[in-house]
Design a protein around this ligand. Sequence first.
Ligand SMILES: Cc1cc2nc3c(=O)[nH]c(=O)nc-3n(C[C@H](O)[C@H](O)[C@H](O)COP(=O)(O)O)c2cc1C
Ligand code: SF4
Length: 422
Amino acid sequence: MEVKVLSAKFDIADAHLLEVAKQHGAYATLEKLFAMPPADVIDEVKNSGLRGRGGAGFPAGLKWSFLPKGLDKPVYLAVNSDESEPATFKDRYILTRDPHLLIEGIIICCWAIGCHDCYIYIRGEYTTQRKALQKAIDEAYDAGYLGEKVAGQDFRLDVTVHRGAGAYVCGEETALLESVEGRKGQPRSKPPFPAVAGLYGCPTIINNVQTIASLPFIIANGADAYKAYGTEKSPGTHLFGISGHVERPGMYELPLGLPLLEVIDKVAGGVWKARKLKAVIPGGSSTPVLTPEEAATTTLDYESMAAHKTMFGSGGIVVLDETVDMVRLVKNLIDFYHHESCGQCTPCREGLGWMLKIVKQLLNGEGTTADIDLLRELCDNIEMKTVCVLSAACTMPVRSYLDKFRPEFEAYAADRAKTEAA
Ligand SMILES: Cc1cc2nc3c(=O)[nH]c(=O)nc-3n(C[C@H](O)[C@H](O)[C@H](O)COP(=O)(O)O)c2cc1C
Ligand code: SF4
């Protein structure tokens, strides 16, 4: 089931070094790239159907085509390498094992959109990854792949790595831009969207690491070769991080569209210790949970996830076995998002705090069934009433646990009833 498109060099020793990467094809697309007019590159990426791998799945080529034409302003590229969504660990593989693939993708994107200054925003905790990336960037400058004349062409490109300081919200694209500009990482109201007014008020494209790293294959082999993987509406491959209660957790590159349970069984070795499957988180902690029955009819693509009222997300699949206490899980989930709220919207700042208090009350045997209803009502009232979707990243999954595993929450409420009756 596994394929090697993005991960082709992951298992090659020292492929993070330019010399080794070049022996295995790094930067080989550049000759072809610079013979293509930028508009043709955008068309090729559009035709490939590549969708943004940061979570929302927005078509990459389409996003690039939103850049206003004829503006007398620079265009920026910001590569989102914040990777802070719990259960997500795909971009780190690219950063450490094949950083030149990312740099080659950056050159392709920048040529297509007419950008000469790219910022890579990297998660603050990614120290090893940042060092590997910076070393690769330095090597690329020394070899003439970055700088005044990229690969000898009359095209300047500078790449700067910007470290985050540990805030999950800075992965949200406009908070990321605020942070790069040196301000507190708080999301901006949209519109205007970054493609129109982004970094320093200039047109800016923000793409995830994996999105950008998918470009060399598309340019080298053509859109049709990319579309040969995956489904019609979700073409290509994806790096899936499979964690939780499986025999073989890890990062696997797979074509989109495979049956979820088959992947868990055949690729990740199945539920560990021969236990029963209780649920699956399909794409990072912010995606609504699937029951085993739902998981049985889900395939790993954007359409199937939407049909099951969840999201493809970041490709971070978490397998939960029968021993998991869903109320404790929900407490951890809310705790994380509450802690990471930037605080500028009252429903998010206060509401997530109330939700946390209610779940803690339940866990302490001090909650009632009315509290479960209140928790659900809070989810409905917080969602989509805030500047960014961090709050929804909490309320959407919480609602799914409440609806699909309500008896577990009621059991905790019954504890209080028992104590009062005694
Ligand atoms: C709270 C929050 C955190 C996010 N974190 C990340 C992240 O760590 N990495 C990422 O690529 N996108 C993240 N996103 C999505 C970005 O806002 C944006 O959609 C993405 O970087 C666009 O790239 P893509 O089109 O290539 O997916 C986050 C969004 C939100 C609301
Ligand atoms: S929803 Fe939360 S994280 Fe997003 S802007 Fe509002 S307070 Fe900040």
